[in-house]
Design a protein around this ligand. Structure first.
Ligand SMILES: O=C(O)CCC(=O)C(=O)O
Length: 265
């Protein structure tokens, strides 16, 4: 990251780095995701979820996904995958290798993460005509440290544009406070509103980017994506980093009791 990029990131709360991830690595992630999907028994999982305490099983499957590789379906299209998460980067050798490329480690250091930890990874499918929208949110809602440090790295594995649901951002809005918080209150997962004013009436910016682009997202920057209305898939890989110097409260939804967090080493 050069000085100009650093200033842009500080001003805007996001940074677009075209050509960051080589085509061979995009290919490797897509091929590996396809293998993981081929090995996943969706029928068996549906059986688990169709028991009497379906909600309970589904909830537990999500709660424990922070330290595992789990498969999540589209809400409005049964049987269609939405994403795989949330510890691909530690449990799968291909995702581990790409997530810990020296170029990513160098970028994390440039971003000011003195003790970077790879907290969460997601393979996002956004299937043709099926992939649903992702509503406006700040990543710090889901991954909170004190002080805030979460930083999103979003890799386009396909060309992304308005038609297939590219990322959208509200530039410079990372200076706004955290609006919502999602985590444990006692044993329950809750969404809590912290700050009520609506988002300022700004035109969102659609980040149309070619395959291999890395978009860096400040943890407080509001972002979203529209449904995929095209006949083209829009796969992406998202990695979320935190700084090990910050406190990671035990009421965050993502907990990894059996899988210690690792950096780039
Ligand atoms: O890929 C998307 O559509 C949204 C991803 C996202 O919000 C994230 O990685 O934090």
């Amino acid at each position: 990251m050069n000085e100009f990029e650093r200033v842009c990131y500080e001003q805007d709360g996001f940074l677009v780095l075209e050509g960051f991830l080589p085509a061979a690595d995009c290919d490797a992630l897509q091929a590996r995701a396809a293998e993981l999907v081929a090995g996943f028994d969706a029928g068996a999982q549906r059986t688990v979820f169709s028991t009497r305490d379906q909600e309970h099983a589904r909830d537990r499957y999500f709660r424990e996904s922070g330290g595992d590789i789990r498969f999540f379906f589209e809400e409005e299209a049964s049987g269609q995958l939405n994403k795989i998460g949330h510890a691909l980067h530690d449990l799968d050798p291909v995702f581990d290798r790409v997530s810990r490329l020296p170029e990513i480690a160098a970028l994390a250091s440039d971003l000011g993460l003195a003790e970077p930890l790879l907290l969460q990874s997601m393979y996002l499918f956004k299937q043709p005509r099926i992939g649903g929208e992702v509503g406006w949110h700040q990543d710090a809602t889901y991954l909170r440290t004190e002080p805030p440090s979460v930083t999103g790295l979003w890799f386009a594995l396909d060309d992304a544009d308005r038609d297939n649901g590219c990322l959208m951002v509200l530039p410079a809005m990372h200076r706004e406070p955290l609006r919502q918080w999602f985590g444990y209150d006692g044993g329950e997962l809750v969404m809590r509103t912290l700050d009520t004013p609506p988002w300022p009436d700004e035109e969102p910016l659609a980040l149309e980017v070619p395959r291999g682009t890395l978009i860096v997202l400040h943890g407080l920057l509001p972002h979203a994506s529209a449904p995929n209305r095209s006949s083209r898939q829009r796969h992406a890989y998202a990695l979320h980093l935190i700084d090990g110097r910050a406190d990671y409260p035990a009421d965050n939804w993502l907990q990894r009791p059996n899988l210690p967090l690792r950096g780039f080493a």
